[in-house]
Design a protein around this ligand. Structure first.
Ligand code: SAM
Ligand code: SF4
Ligand code: FES
Length: 356
């Protein structure tokens, strides 16, 4: 059985790191009282290290073209059922302008791996957003060259999100046939070296993924000393080779969120859109077991319906303004507060004392 999360006197949180066996025990734990204890403890650690503020980042999904063929993703190159779109640089800037008007502090520019946009295009866009809108800019464009990452950073990009998806090289190679696991990790190293705040993450419930593999994902999060960690369920898409696979389970996703909070302490952890798609109150639940960030959709309505990485994605018929208001209400209803600052990494700050 897993060790207690508090010291025997109940006053102090567990200090030492988690061993793989212990993480696996928790992932395997089905006693509702103990699972709820895990979630409460993660919520407590989130409060101690990150406070009650929730950071809101607006995602602009600016292109659904992708050169890759990840087995799980609806944007995969071979999916000919998808209506493809590309927003031009002016349209992307206008979407960022709207995000600014709605009081977002960060925009996340996300796309399939689309070489149509040169490093100069992205650099120009980032520079324009930084100069005119004073927003934090996160990029999520997949694998690019070191030189491209360098140009984006020089243009002012603050953060980069690149999930490793699974820490099992074997599973990775099967699911991402045109990527390589070592190269993905090397991209993460480059991003760190270039001074980005680096985000990574995984999917929970991938076909053939084991609890041991999930425990290893959590240990890899810790080892990489990430600034952000996105954890979402795998949701099968009907137009992909994984259409008949089972989706990830809510409780397992929440346990991975909670354990990641306990292990990494002061990392930004979003309540992902995927967990909100899996279960209507999924994001609220994630915010109550370790998450402190939420990333509503800030893509203009005419485009967002075509960015279906998985089916029935939430908010497809909402405007950026509706999503912004919805999130404000959600955060407030949980007794939390929307942060008024950029929500940069707190990794370099002195850790608070670990009193329970
Ligand atoms: N193309 C870039 C990349 O792959 O890093 C960024 C965009 S990609 C659509 C963003 C994320 O979507 C991936 O990191 C992956 O975790 C997630 N994703 C893709 N297909 C999914 C699915 N079927 N279920 C859940 N998440 C999925
Ligand atoms: Fe392309 Fe990213 Fe989807 Fe893979 S996960 S097919 S790289 S958009
Ligand atoms: Fe889009 Fe709730 S976040 S409507």
């Amino acid at each position: 059985m897993a060790e207690q999360l508090r010291s025997p006197d109940g006053q102090q949180e567990k200090r030492e790191g988690f061993a793989k066996d212990e993480l696996m025990d928790w992932l395997n734990e089905h006693n509702p009282e103990r699972v709820s204890h895990l979630f409460q403890e993660a919520d407590h650690i989130r409060k101690v290290y990150m406070g009650d503020e929730v950071h809101i980042r607006g995602i602009i999904e600016f292109s659904n073209y992708c050169r890759k063929n990840c087995l799980y993703c609806g944007l995969r190159n071979s999916n000919d059922q998808l209506i493809r779109y590309r927003m031009n640089l002016e349209e992307i800037f206008q979407a960022a302008q709207e995000a600014k008007r709605l009081d977002f502090k960060t925009v996340v520019l996300q796309s399939g791996e689309d070489p149509f946009y040169s490093a100069e295009d992205i650099g120009f866009l980032v520079q324009r957003i930084k100069k005119n809108l004073n927003l934090a800019v996160t990029l999520c464009l997949g694998e690019r060259t070191y030189e491209d990452y360098r140009k984006f950073r020089e243009a002012g990009a603050d953060r980069y999100l690149l999930k490793f998806e699974t820490s099992s090289p074997c599973l990775f190679n099967r699911l991402k046939p045109d990527s390589s696991y070592p190269e993905r990790l090397r991209c993460l190293e480059w991003l760190k070296e270039l001074g980005y705040q680096v985000g990574s993450g995984n999917m929970v419930g991938l076909p053939h993924q084991t609890l041991e593999s999930l425990a290893e994902d959590i240990l890899l999060f810790q080892e990489l000393n990430l600034d952000m960690i996105g954890i979402g369920p795998f949701i099968p898409h009907p137009d992909t080779p994984l259409k008949d696979a089972r989706k990830g389970e809510l409780e397992t996703v929440l346990k991975v969120v909670a354990l990641t909070r306990l292990v990494t302490r002061n990392t930004h952890i979003p309540a992902t859109t995927a967990v909100g798609t899996l279960y209507p109150a999924g994001r609220q639940k994630a915010l109550q077991c370790g998450a402190n960030v939420i990333m509503p959709n800030a893509t203009p309505m005419e485009f967002r319906r075509h960015y279906q990485i998985y089916p029935n994605k939430i908010c497809l018929n909402e405007s950026p303004q509706n999503c912004r208001f919805c999130i404000e209400a959600m955060v407030t209803s949980l007794g939390r507060k929307v942060a008024a600052n950029f929500g940069h990494t707190v990794k370099s700050q002195t850790l608070p004392s670990r009193q329970g």
